[in-house]
Design a protein around this ligand. Sequence first.
Ligand SMILES: O=C(O)CCC(=O)C(=O)O
Ligand SMILES: [Fe+2]
Length: 323
Amino acid sequence: MENIPVLDFSLKSSNPQRFDEDLGTAAKGWGFFFLKNHPLSKEDVAKNFTLAKEFFHGSPPGPEHTINEDNVGYSGRWCEGADGKDDHISFNFGGKYQAPMNLPPVFAPHYDFIQDFKMKVHSLGNELLRSFATILGLEAEYFSKSHNQVTDAGLTLRYMYYPANYSPENGQTRLRAHSDFGSLTVLFQDDVGGLEILSPSGKWITAPVIADTPLINIGDFLEIWSGGMFKSTVHRLSFRNGSAERFSMPCFMSANVDTILKPVREGTLNLSCPLNDMTAGEYYRRRLDFLHRGGDASTTPFITREDQPSVDVGFVPDEATDV
Ligand SMILES: O=C(O)CCC(=O)C(=O)O
Ligand SMILES: [Fe+2]
């Protein structure tokens, strides 16, 4: 039985070398890990879920799609992907700051709270980026200095809702197989669970839910910078977990828009992706266009690795195993 690693963030101060070793093993193997003893408060996380619930229960699921190019706004049911068939709804608070008066009434009074929470998740992400740089033999600030939350791309907070009475006949998936296209993702989920992850041996595994313990995964940028050493692992949600509604909150950390996407060491890229020194901003924009604005798959950068299926362009229907 394969298990997703659980890392202890308290080691980062008490035994940093051990923490970095564990992080390196997790990043090279699964590309996913749980993080216990992290600095984000239960109360803050719970408040975000309360806001998300109030918003999604209050506005009827519909096809409206108002998400803008800064990744801010509402993305309606069956709207995402080239064929628009994934069954979920989301509200994104993109990296750039948004004026509170443009927010839906449920969120507007909590503008400061949401911005503050994004800053806290971003600080945690930067701590992890310092470890990733150290693991690669780079100065600790190598990655974190190109991740600015206030002046640049920063962190996108996404509230996600998977309705209970979903309709597989309308779409095939709740969330199709994909890799995340930023630097790293911090995912909070409710106790329904159901996220499926492609394991190092190529099996779909349903991730367990561990209370107060976010799941963190490597995104495409870190995979590229590390020359493919750290894995940006494919994950999905399919229609096999009963009919319970589900809420989740992924937080996507991205790099400053002008950061070049190429391996930190010349000639080490062991994955395939049409990059040509593309910037992080351009990569992100093209993947967002594909997701939200019917972008052309042939001009969208997707990573392919020998051990992972081609992603974002269809459903991979084989069953997952619970762990
Ligand atoms: O809802 C989830 O648990 C996963 C969300 C996710 O993978 C994404 O939005 O990229
Ligand atoms: Fe994802």
